[in-house]
Ligand binder design. Structure first.
Ligand SMILES: *Cc1c(COP(=O)(O)O)cnc(C)c1O
Length: 229
């Protein structure tokens, strides 16, 4: 396998080429290195190759990695990209730059409550089930706007955009990315402060090219950086 550094360089080059081709600025697309199941040693290796933002999916694993001696004192930014249940919110509040996997009012309300208690301001994304697959998490597109209306009223949290995991089929994935972008535009029309709604977290190792073409501002890449899990 290629080294983590060369994988990161290749992906950064691809981000550059694809965003310019799509008429976008390369700096408008943030790369999150998804380090779930990979040891702190490899996170360190990626950091040494210039990577700052990392994504984790499992609360316990995240907390252990974050506290690993190999990573102490580094200016890392963690993203929680896994599905979150209300009872796990307490463990991650204040420890991540952005929470990607909120998919219902009750979890958003818990995030708000914990943030208030700890005097925090927490930024998050709503996960949308754009594929309609039963096995996937995410709020249904039909109820996104009405749920968001209630979520906007919650204190100490700020909705910054939307996140999705697309279908494995590439043509379907592109349609779903486009749908997420349209949903964000619709949401902006209803938002108390539309300028906050800037983020589209979409695209993984298999499908980040079309995600960038369809407007992704955050791509979440694991396998193409760290190898198979
Ligand atoms: C694991 C995971 C990724 C990374 O997937 P790869 O295919 O390894 O790039 C991205 N987003 C989420 C939500 C994940 O759980």
């Amino acid at each position: 396998m290629e080294s983590i550094a060369s994988n990161l360089n290749r992906i950064r080059e691809q981000i550059g080429t694809l965003s310019v081709k799509a008429g976008r600025e390369p700096s408008d697309v943030r790369l999150i290195a998804v380090s779930k199941t990979k040891p702190a040693r490899l996170v360190r290796e990626a950091f040494d190759a210039g990577q700052i933002e990392f994504g984790e999916s499992y609360v316990q694993e995240f907390l252990e990695k974050r506290d690993d001696p190999l990573l102490q004192g580094l200016p890392l930014q963690w993203h929680f990209i896994g599905h979150l249940q209300s009872n796990k919110i307490r463990s991650i509040a204040g420890k991540v730059a952005l929470v990607h996997g909120i998919d219902r009012l009750s979890t958003a309300a818990e995030l708000s409550r914990r943030s208030m208690q700890q005097n925090l301001h927490t930024e998050f994304l709503l996960e949308v089930n754009t594929s309609g697959e039963q096995t996937k998490y995410g709020i249904s597109p039909d109820v996104l706007l009405s749920e968001a209306e209630k979520i906007f009223k919650l204190p100490n949290i700020a909705l910054r955009g939307l996140m999705t995991i697309a279908s494995p089929d590439t043509d379907l994935a592109r349609k779903e990315f486009r749908e997420l972008r349209n949903l964000l535009e619709a949401l902006k029309k209803n938002a108390p402060d539309p300028t906050l709604l800037t983020e589209l977290s979409m695209g993984m190792s298999q499908d980040f090219e079309s995600a960038i073409e369809e407007g992704a501002t955050i791509i979440r890449i694991g396998t193409a950086i760290f190898g198979w899990r």
